[in-house]
Ligand binder design. Structure first.
Ligand code: FEO
Length: 387
């Protein structure tokens, strides 16, 4: 446990066993944290629980932070099991405690635990206040950041915003992240919350009216300095505006010819002074490719033609971009095909379904190996991407 500020103690856990967070995000390098906090005034509230694998460690942390006191409330901001798994265990351990959550969260409790703790439930929603004596939690509706039942809460006495998955980050808290906060927070945002930009914008507007001194998310570090930096990034990300000028190149290649074209384009763009980020969709972390597709203002998709369609990894990538509301970017296309190249047509059709995506007219078509004719097309595409 560690002190966050007066009356607030961190009681979360670090997970270094997990391979894929939420079943798909690779966190083998730096693990993951599931955050939980204890806030005490005259009354004590425990803020969320942790993943099922850490019940004992978390309950021990809670007990240590309570230092002999009995918790009055368990506040549930989010019902996804990485935070809610130990609700029933907590309610059993502390039979006097009440659970505070949104109405849809209580429905989910019935589904997960077979009970909504009737007689011990306090239904919260936007505007609801929970007085702890010295601290008062004001609840903020945050539907779909990341699930529909989500609430944030704010303690005016300390200026603390409890932001559920918002402002979360991959990585455990007992290892230093050499890349700083933004890299893994961005991969987390675009993977997990990115689809819900409009909802994030709505909650940021509400947050703007508060005097926030620190943000306590459910994953990643407590943010307490330079909050304008984090809020600014969240504003950029949730408005789908590019964060930086640059080109993400994502390719799906079988024998290396599509890759060759992609790499030659990358070299040409770099020579022209562009920032370039290249991904092999079959081998690199696709969540990183999604992150950079949103980060930069331009994207190039390079795929071999496969069964009259694109290669499966490109299909997954395009599907993920569409699902996450990819929009407002300029996109170039590279296709390959030895007898009937159709990948560019397929990719263009899918991209044109997305809002405000401009597909560059010039297409690079690789018929076999990259030759002088292909290089001529690459030069044209590079020029159009820089125009
Ligand atoms: Fe960290 Fe949406 O759960």
């Amino acid at each position: 446990t560690s002190k966050v500020t007066d009356g607030i103690t961190y009681v979360g856990v670090n997970d270094h066993e997990i391979d894929l967070f939420e079943g798909q995000y690779d966190v083998r390098q730096n693990g993951m944290s599931y955050n939980s906090y204890v806030i005490c005034g005259e009354k004590c509230a425990v803020m969320d629980t942790v993943d099922a694998h850490f019940a004992d460690e978390w309950l021990a942390n809670v007990e240590e932070a309570l230092a002999g006191r009995t918790p009055d409330y368990l506040v549930v901001h989010h019902m996804e099991p990485d935070h809610s798994a130990n609700i029933a265990a907590f309610m059993e351990r502390y039979p006097e405690a009440q659970v505070v959550a949104s109405a849809p969260a209580f429905k989910m409790m019935v589904a997960y635990f077979g009970t909504d703790f009737a007689g011990r439930k306090v239904v919260a929603k936007e505007g609801f206040k929970l007085d702890l004596g010295g601290h008062e939690l004001a609840f903020i509706g945050a539907a779909n950041v990341h699930w529909p039942e989500v609430l944030f809460s704010y303690d005016a006495a300390t200026g603390t915003l409890f932001s559920a998955d918002g402002f979360g980050k991959f990585g455990a808290l007992d290892v230093e992240d050499p890349e700083g906060w933004a890299c893994e927070a961005r991969r987390y945002y675009f993977g997990i919350v990115g689809k819900f930009g409009r909802n994030v914008q709505a909650v940021l507007k509400k947050a703007a009216a508060l005097d926030i001194k620190r943000i306590c998310p459910l994953h990643g570090p407590v943010l307490s300095e330079d909050l304008g930096y984090y809020l600014g990034l969240y504003n950029t990300w949730s408005s789908y505006e590019p964060e930086d000028a640059g080109v993400t190149i994502a390719y799906a290649s079988v024998y290396g010819n599509t890759r060759q074209a992609a790499l030659e384009l990358a070299a040409e763009l770099e020579e022209a002074g562009q920032k370039v980020s290249v991904f092999d969709l079959a081998r690199d972390d696709m969540a990183e490719a999604v992150e950079d597709a949103f980060r930069y203002d331009r994207l190039v998709l390079a795929s071999v033609t496969y069964a009259g369609d694109v290669f499966p990894f490109m299909s997954t990538f395009l599907h993920t971009l569409a699902e996450h509301n990819y929009q407002g970017r300029k996109v170039g296309l590279i296709e390959a095909g030895s007898w009937a190249p159709t990948a560019a047509k397929v990719m263009r059709a899918q991209l044109e379904e997305m809002a405000d995506v401009t597909v560059v007219d010039a297409v690079v078509t690789v018929r076999g190996a990259v030759d002088d004719a292909t290089r001529g097309q690459i030069a044209v595409l590079a020029k159009e991407l820089c125009a």
